[in-house]
Design a protein around this ligand. Structure first.
Ligand code: MG
Ligand code: MG
Ligand code: MG
Length: 304
């Protein structure tokens, strides 16, 4: 039987990696031959989670062969997916993002729910199929939910996410808030990344009406610490803008303790952001903003 590859988006985050692994576990138990893979380097938060639950990092792939069967988790947009995705056979999508820049030539399973995390949806698939969730698998799903919802504090977090996370913490045998804070903190150790690496750690590109733009985000416990590198960060952002022909780039720095953000805004279409936020010194202040999906993307899309 031909192996189906399961992966999430480029610049993988904890949900993308953990949901790929968990989905592979579920599909294997349902009798499918599958393999979880990744499209980029794992971040420190994800590494913390994998190490804690003693799970190996999935293999990295560069591009897809024509006709390769795939399952997409935690994304659908082709610009965020593997090279060659246009010619792959997408069997299934499990995702919690807006649907854009996506098409297939054949029918498929498309499971989308507006919840805080892909793993929350996959938890439901285990239940629906009456498959028992092992301890380490529960730990990975829990890590994904904690990451995507910033320990259940993000406006993307739904009642379902809270219920599922509470249940998973029991199965995984961890204290939700203690483990969650340690995991999130592990991801804020950014000192040994170059500015370019910081920019690519959690960057997502998308496009509307021919305007290609990127929103990158980093989590920190001190926004000022990151802003000490503002000049060099701006250099890296300008490079990305010219290399990728972006019209706009936001580098969002999120304080995970106080749930606030500031963002560096550059590009020839900063006017799109300026309709909502005052830009000073290429910087905007976003009190109470932590979610790219719910609080940043929507206002940009509305302003384009
Ligand atoms: Mg993700
Ligand atoms: Mg996600
Ligand atoms: Mg994220």
């Amino acid at each position: 039987m031909e192996k189906i590859l399961i992966f999430g988006h480029k610049n993988p985050d904890t949900d993308t990696i953990c949901s790929s692994i968990v989905m592979a576990d579920l599909q294997t138990k349902l009798g499918k031959e599958v393999q979880a893979v990744r499209l980029g380097e794992t971040n420190k938060e994800t590494q913390y989670a994998l190490k804690y639950f003693n799970i190996k990092v999935p293999e990295k792939i560069e591009n897809l062969e024509e006709g390769q069967k795939v399952i997409l988790v935690d994304h659908n947009e082709f610009v965020q997916s593997a090279e060659g995705i246009e010619k792959a056979k997408i069997q299934m999508v499990v995702d919690h993002h807006k649907i854009a820049n996506f098409y297939t030539s054949e029918p498929l399973y498309y499971i989308a729910e507006p919840v805080g995390c892909t793993s929350t949806i996959i938890y439901g698939l285990y239940k629906r199929n009456n498959i028992e969730i092992e301890k380490s698998i529960a730990g990975l799903m829990l890590s994904a939910i904690i990451s995507d919802t910033l320990l259940l504090k993000s406006p993307t977090c739904t009642e379902t996410d809270v219920k599922v996370a509470t249940e998973l913490a029991k199965i995984a045998g961890v204290n939700l808030s203690e483990y969650g804070l340690e995991m999130l903190k592990a991801g804020t150790d950014l000192s040994d990344y170059t500015e370019k690496e910081l920019l690519n750690l959690d960057a997502k590109k998308t496009e509307k009406d021919g305007i290609k733009y990127m929103i990158a985000q980093v989590n920190t416990v001190s926004i000022d610490d990151i802003l000490k590198r503002k000049e060099k960060l701006e250099e890296a952002i300008r490079e990305a803008i010219s290399e990728e022909k972006l019209k706009l780039c936001l580098f969002v720095i999120t304080d995970i303790i106080n749930t606030n953000s500031k963002a560096i805004v550059l590009g020839e279409r900063t006017d799109i952001v300026e309709k909502t936020y005052k830009i000073e010194n290429n910087l905007i202040d976003m009190p109470g903003v932590v979610s790219r999906k719910k609080q940043i993307l929507p206002f940009i899309e509305a302003n384009i």
